[in-house]
Design a protein around this ligand. Structure first.
Ligand code: GRG
Length: 324
């Protein structure tokens, strides 16, 4: 991974942190504890892989960064909500996430439940309100005065000239990816598969939904912020599907091979919980081979896009080669 790519990642991560900071309700606003817990769950942690995919797809489609910010934030809020709920005792029951206590440990279960609910609805609120009437509403009214003057200055009043139909399509895409035919459905299958032996197609179906759907949506939403053609969107959708699955295969390998400190979450949970994974089905080497194959196929779908797809290629490399 080149220094240029690392610089791109670091710059986007830092800038996006400011964006999220401004879009989340301030902790001083009532209900303070809920807002503080929402900020705890979202800010200061995570690789931001989904937003980075949205930014890279947006670059390919010639989108303004400020426009992609809203779509990327919506996806990341859905992701953060899913992690908060997944960590709760009724699901995966974990105590560590992103290197710090899970939300229900830091606060309490009822608060964690509401954090997830509120992050999910905020995601759709952002997609709906930031693209209306020709102008985005940055800086967000929740921003404190000093932040309005500072970090989000570049986001102020960028012109949004896309039509309401495209905005609606983005809301639809994110809802589909998050709901029972996407992430929540995949999670339901995951919870019911504990102690079961799944076939490879069954495992794939589960992960294409649980993990893949949101990653796929991140790519598509980023591209929708620009001017990708229907044929390009189809190819990007296929790229998102392949790289989303590769992400999960690598996640299964890391769960076996990496340690808790590196992952920032409890390692070895899948085996402890007797969950079917790519490693349990294919062995470590088989899972690694599968990740390589998915990576190769994902890169092939980008053939023909040329230089503008370079960041997507590099992100695909990162997803497969990552160590955390
Ligand atoms: C609760 C509806 C609902 C869904 C939960 C995403 C999920 C579904 C559960 C998380 C469990 C898990 C570990 C899934 C494996 C893949 C995954 C989503 C890992 C975490 O994503 P990263 O590595 O996390 O992008 P960071 O912290 O970097 O954002």
């Amino acid at each position: 991974m080149g220094a240029d790519f690392q610089g791109w990642v670091a710059a986007h991560q830092a800038r996006f942190e400011e964006v999220l900071c401004g879009l989340l309700p301030r902790a001083e606003i009532a209900p303070q504890r809920l807002h503080e817990a929402m900020r705890y769950a979202v800010l200061d942690g995570g690789k931001r892989v989904r937003p980075l995919l949205a930014f890279a797809a947006g670059e390919l489609a010639g989108a303004e960064t400020a426009r992609v910010d809203v779509a990327a934030a919506a996806v990341e809020l859905i992701h953060a909500y899913s992690l908060v709920h997944d960590d709760m005792p009724c699901m995966d029951d974990d105590v560590l996430r992103r290197g710090k206590p899970t939300c229900h440990k830091q606060y309490d279960e009822a608060t964690a439940l509401l954090v997830g609910d509120a992050l999910q609805t905020l995601a759709f609120q952002l997609l709906a309100e930031h693209r209306l009437n020709g102008h985005a509403r940055f800086p967000h009214p929740n921003l404190p005065p000093q932040a309005r003057e500072g970090a989000n200055e570049s986001l102020r009043e960028f012109h949004v000239n896309d039509d309401a139909a495209r905005q609606l399509e983005m809301v639809r895409l994110l809802a589909l990816a998050s709901g029972s035919r996407g992430m929540a459905g995949g999670q339901a299958i995951d919870l019911s598969s504990v102690g079961q032996s799944l076939t490879l197609p069954e495992l794939e179906f589960m992960h294409i939904h649980k993990t893949g759907a949101l990653i796929r949506a991140a790519v598509l939403l980023g591209a929708h912020c620009g001017s990708a053609s229907a044929a390009q969107l189809d190819r990007l959708d296929h790229f998102g599907k392949l790289i989303g699955l590769a992400f999960q295969v690598v996640d299964d390998v890391l769960d076996c091979e990496a340690d808790t400190a590196t992952l920032g979450k409890t390692a070895g949970k899948d085996a402890d919980n007797d969950k079917p994974t790519y490693v349990s089905l294919l062995g470590i080497q088989g899972a690694r081979d599968m990740a390589q194959r998915l990576h190769r196929e994902a890169l092939e779908t980008l053939d023909g896009f040329g230089e503008p797809a370079q960041r997507l290629r590099e992100l695909a490399d990162f997803i497969v080669l990552r160590k955390f």
